[in-house]
Design a protein around this ligand. Structure first.
Ligand code: DI6
Ligand code: FE
Length: 403
């Protein structure tokens, strides 16, 4: 006897084993037991199975719950003043070099406790959830000392414990050089390698380690040292690469079996080939591209050619992507980067799961996966990216339970 049987629905399984676009099964049904999908198919194929509860969905579309695989959701304060400066002509890089930007948020973040950080992030998380998010990656990176980074990661864990959402925490150790290390770059690197990573690994506060490989961030050599250390502590790695310039970060990440390289506007074919060989995911972040009025687009054609899976995420952060709508990112991935609606949805489901090493658990509607689902009042799945910020599902199900 199953716990739940969802009927009277169309299903965008996003499962490549289902041959239709979106892995669609029309007039389908989903059987759920113990928080997992036990069976999915046409209604007629599931007839005869009994469940404690039969849920009629009035012809709605069911998709996997959305997975936002790149966010900086936890931070203190906000950067609306910097937004105004940029409107007056200052560039993101100029503001960063003048001691604003990320470092501005570092000051506000260090001033807050883990509890206050979670409180500030809660409305943002709730907005993402209303938009259909059932799993969210959350990076640290605005603490930049061991205690403050740990406070950020504890805030992320607390959010996951308090809400029906899965949280995947990432230590973004090399985000910006903290002001107190201005003339001592190497000392900061040593703090990260000798203290921050071991502490975070020991406490089990993060699943992965990330860095910002950029002229205004960290050099490939510094990132290499970080990745060596992370790997020795059995933490996976990922990289902000090729966002504002090309430092060959994608290829570097590939050498360390990274989960993903993210942004990639300036990536070249060699980098993408390296990603393909390493089985990495390309995480596209149209919110940051839009907010910075960038013109160079990520090389989507090359990613398709080399069959690198593309994920799409909000990059929710106070500086370059104050985005609170996952469905807006589906739309922007299509309008700005020319993804198809099917590619965009795969980017926030199946491929986003792979970017978090959770592809065995979530990301498609298939037997054995967790029953994390969204139920949408749409006529066709392409509608999810057609609306410029669809308001979200009518029902969100996490581990089989309405959430
Ligand atoms: N790339 C980004 O888009 C964000 N961090 C990063 O490494 C921006 C973070 C910020 O400006 O606060
Ligand atoms: Fe980011």
């Amino acid at each position: 006897m199953w716990d739940r049987l969802l009927i009277d629905c169309n299903i965008a399984t996003m499962d490549p084993a289902v041959p239709a676009p979106f892995g669609a099964i029309e007039n389908g049904a989903i059987g759920i037991a113990d928080g997992r999908i036990v069976r999915v198919g046409r209604r007629t194929e599931l007839a005869g199975n009994r469940a404690r509860e039969v849920v009629k969905l009035d012809g709605a579309w069911v998709t996997p719950g959305l997975i936002d695989c790149h966010t900086h959701l936890v931070f203190g304060g906000n950067r609306s003043a910097e937004f105004e400066q940029r409107l007056e002509g200052a560039s993101y890089e100029e503001i960063a070099r003048a001691g604003g930007g990320i470092v501005f948020t570092v000051r506000a973040t260090r001033a807050a406790s883990a509890e206050r950080l979670a409180e500030a992030a809660r409305p943002r998380l709730e907005a993402l959830m209303r938009g259909g998010v059932t799993t969210v990656e959350i990076k640290s990176g605005y603490g930049l000392d061991t205690d403050s980074e740990c406070a950020m990661l504890r805030a992320a864990a607390r959010l996951g414990a308090e809400h029906p959402v899965r949280v995947s925490p990432t230590l973004l150790a090399l985000h910006a050089l903290p002001p107190e290390y201005r003339d001592r770059r190497e000392d900061y690197l040593h703090l990260v390698l000798d203290e921050m990573i071991p502490t975070v690994a020991e406490a089990g506060l993060a699943d992965a380690v990330d860095a910002f490989c950029e002229g205004i961030g960290f050099t490939p050599d510094e990132v290499r040292a970080l990745f060596e250390c992370a790997s020795s502590h059995h933490l996976r790695v990922k990289l902000h690469a090729e966002q504002l310039s090309n430092l060959n970060g994608a290829a570097l990440a590939a050498e360390y079996d990274a989960l993903s390289a993210d942004h990639l506007e300036h990536a070249d074919e060699a980098g993408i080939e390296a990603m393909a060989h390493a089985g990495m995911v390309a995480v596209l972040l149209p919110g940051a591209f839009y907010a910075l009025s960038e013109t160079k687009k990520p090389p989507v054609e090359l990613l398709r050619k080399h069959k690198v899976p593309m994920a799409v995420a909000t990059d929710c952060n106070p500086g370059t992507s104050p985005v609170l709508s996952p469905t807006l990112m589906l739309n922007m991935a299509c309008t700005l980067f020319r993804l198809t609606p099917e590619e965009a949805l795969a980017g926030m489901t199946r491929n986003a799961a792979k970017a978090l090493a959770l592809e065995d658990e979530i990301g498609t509607i298939a037997p054995g996966k967790a029953a994390d689902l969204c139920v949408w009042n749409v006529e066709r799945p392409a509608e999810l990216s057609y609306w410029i910020g669809h308001p979200g599902p009518v029902r969100r199900i996490v581990a089989g339970v309405d959430a």
